[in-house]
Design a protein around this ligand. Structure first.
Ligand code: F6P
Length: 382
């Protein structure tokens, strides 16, 4: 019986849970093959689309490609045991890349050539919206290859799905890091601005903010100017100081800094000036005696910035990420083996289903912003 071949690759920024999705792809394909008395081989393409392009170049240069004898291991054959012991690991066993070469028609043509020569009938692409744009090129036009996407990014910013693999782990990491910072902020009566990732989306900041009880959450969906930022934060600080709060946790999405074109440190400097003004104003309303008692308190350098950075992308995936990734990987292979293409596995109303690639594009309808959730974060931070 002739073997059918499918492939899997990870692309874009890695996200905890990608390994669980790879495992699910391989194991589902093997289970289906067994059940339906077919032979299905799974090829792992390494380093994202760069792996495919490299294979295409090798074929162009040598006339063929031998998986077993590629010293660069651009592709590997994946068996049941290849994916043992990876479900709990962050990163991606297949490595990843943001491939500039695949953004060109020549790169896509090389990728298609690689699939043709390797007899790959369909590919599962695990990544973000940029990765799906690449997959869309691969599954259209001449020599199209069937593609199914699985959303994997800590940003939770893909329009057509409620959830992306990695988001829960990143949020928990950001929460744990912020809890640690909180201890020292409290000890010094300081204000910290914690910058979290998320690209142009505020989800990671908003969910982290609510989980740590932040005094204010700054997200690109809600702020448009530096004035907005400083007013939002200083109003919250002034209000909470009145009821005795002395330290403040501000969670800021990196997207705010991208949107305003200034660094989070610059935002923090402006907030610090405001805090000093607030404290001075408070002191002016005190009696001479009360003021004297406070003179020893230092009101300088009240603010500290921590950019959490790539720590948010690493680490063991949470149970939620492992479970969602497993379900998504399973569904992706079901779709591929049914002969479907140009679909993304998504979460909708808490259930795993799928939609067309087109709905992940930047011109597709935006995900509705959860105003109620934002309002709750605000209300509870008092
Ligand atoms: O998309 C995932 C992400 O981690 C974003 O949150 C962040 O803006 C970006 O990738 C960082 O990219 P890099 O790893 O290339 O610095």
């Amino acid at each position: 019986m002739k073997a059918e071949r499918i492939a899997v690759l990870t692309s874009g920024g890695d996200a905890p849970g990608m390994n669980a999705a790879i495992r699910a792809v391989v194991r589902t394909a093997k289970a289906k093959a067994e059940k339906e008395n077919r032979t299905i081989e799974v090829v792992g393409i390494r380093h994202g689309y760069n792996g495919l392009v490299n294979i295409g170049e090798i074929i162009q240069a040598t006339g063929g490609y031998d998986i077993e004898n590629d010293p660069q291991k651009n592709a590997i054959l994946m068996e049941l045991r290849t994916v043992s012991g990876i479900i709990h690991k962050g990163g991606t066993m297949l490595y990843t890349a943001r491939s500039n070469r695949f953004r060109t028609p020549q790169g896509v043509a090389l990728g298609k050539l690689a699939c043709k020569v390797l007899n790959i009938k369909g590919i599962v692409v695990i990544g973000g919206d940029g990765s799906f744009a690449g997959a869309n090129d691969l599954c259209t036009g001449e020599d199209a290859v069937h593609c199914i996407g699985i959303p994997g990014t800590i940003d939770n910013d893909i329009r057509c799905t409620e959830y992306t693999i990695g988001f829960d782990t990143a949020m928990n990491t950001a929460m744990e890091m912020t809890d640690k910072i909180r201890d020292t902020m409290e000890a010094h009566d300081r204000c910290c601005i914690i910058e979290v990732m998320g690209r142009n989306a505020g989800d990671l900041a908003l969910y982290t903010g609510i989980a740590v009880g932040a005094t204010a959450v700054l997200i690109p969906e809600k702020v448009n100017t530096m004035e907005d930022v400083v007013n939002e934060v200083s109003d919250r600080i002034e209000e909470t100081r009145k009821t005795g709060k002395e330290y403040f946790i501000i969670v800021a999405a990196e997207g705010v800094s991208f949107k305003l074109g200034i660094s989070t440190q610059t935002i923090a400097n402006a907030i610090e000036l405001k805090i000093k003004e607030i404290i001075k104003r408070e002191r002016e309303s005190l009696s001479e005696l009360e003021r004297k008692a406070l003179e020893v308190e230092d009101i300088e350098e009240k603010t500290r910035v921590t950019v959490l950075g790539h720590v948010q992308r690493g680490g063991c995936p949470t149970a939620r990420d492992r479970a969602v990734a497993s379900q998504m990987g399973n569904h992706a292979v079901e779709l591929l083996l049914e002969g479907q293409s140009a679909k993304i596995v998504i979460m909708k109303d808490g259930r795993i289903t799928n939609c067309d690639f087109a709905l992940s594009r930047k011109d597709a309808p935006a995900k509705p912003f959860d105003e109620k959730f934002y309002a709750v974060a605000h209300e509870l931070s008092i």
